[in-house]
Design a protein around this ligand. Sequence first.
Ligand code: SAM
Length: 249
Amino acid sequence: MEEEEYYEYYGEDAYEEEYEPTAWHYESVEEVPKNIRKYFHQRYHLFERYDEGVLLTDDAWFGVTPEYVARTIATHVGNAAGSEKTTIVDAFVGVGGNAIAFALSGRWERVFAIEKDPETLKCAKHNAEIYGVGNKIWWIEGDCLDIVPKRFPDMKETVVFASPPWGGVSYRHQPVFDLETMQPYGLKELYRTLSRCSKELVLYLPRSSDLNQVARYAADGTKTLVAHYCLRGASKALCVYYGDFGSVP
Ligand SMILES: C[S@@+](CC[C@H](N)C(=O)[O-])C[C@H]1O[C@@H](n2cnc3c(N)ncnc32)[C@H](O)[C@@H]1O
């Protein structure tokens, strides 16, 4: 990330202290670091039940999937996946936006949620309790690129959903975002590792993602669906549906 972007992402005081993720519930805008205020103003889009004590780390504000988008994705994945698919693995659970929506949909017998940062995982578990689905999700702390191929190898009944870090906001400055430069994991590494569990893999990626790169991993002679998810007239992100999915409404 360029220095200017680093400041845009983490704030002007970023170099003064090492960032230690801390689960936190901001009550009022005065408490919120300047670089997060824009997101704080959108808090009810992120979590409609924010006021019930939703926890986020400061980093998580940038990457959480807004609740309406997460619920729409959960409906689409649930409807488009075949009936043999009974398990979903949220490989990068963050503070729980998507995993909570998958659990709330009632579509899945098992929802697994993997997160490598313990404090972020603490937020996800707490937020899932607020939404009444804490005990409907199996929580795993660790590196999904290690855990998914080892613990969930070649699982025919499983769909993998992944909303990886995008490496800050640099995608906003590129008309077409190069998915191999995405930090810390490029598309090739994500696809190759996560598709060892299931060829049904849904990736949540920047809205400007390079679709030619996406197409490289589509099976020959098949269609790979790409859906934009929009909020207030603008695309927030897109999902790529690799593998055998029916139509997404
Ligand atoms: C964009 S956020 C996910 C946001 C999530 N969909 C939500 O709505 O809260 C990406 C998350 O992946 C986590 N992460 C990064 N690398 C990871 C890895 N190798 N294994 C598991 N989690 C990882 C980060 O700590 C971060 O919380």
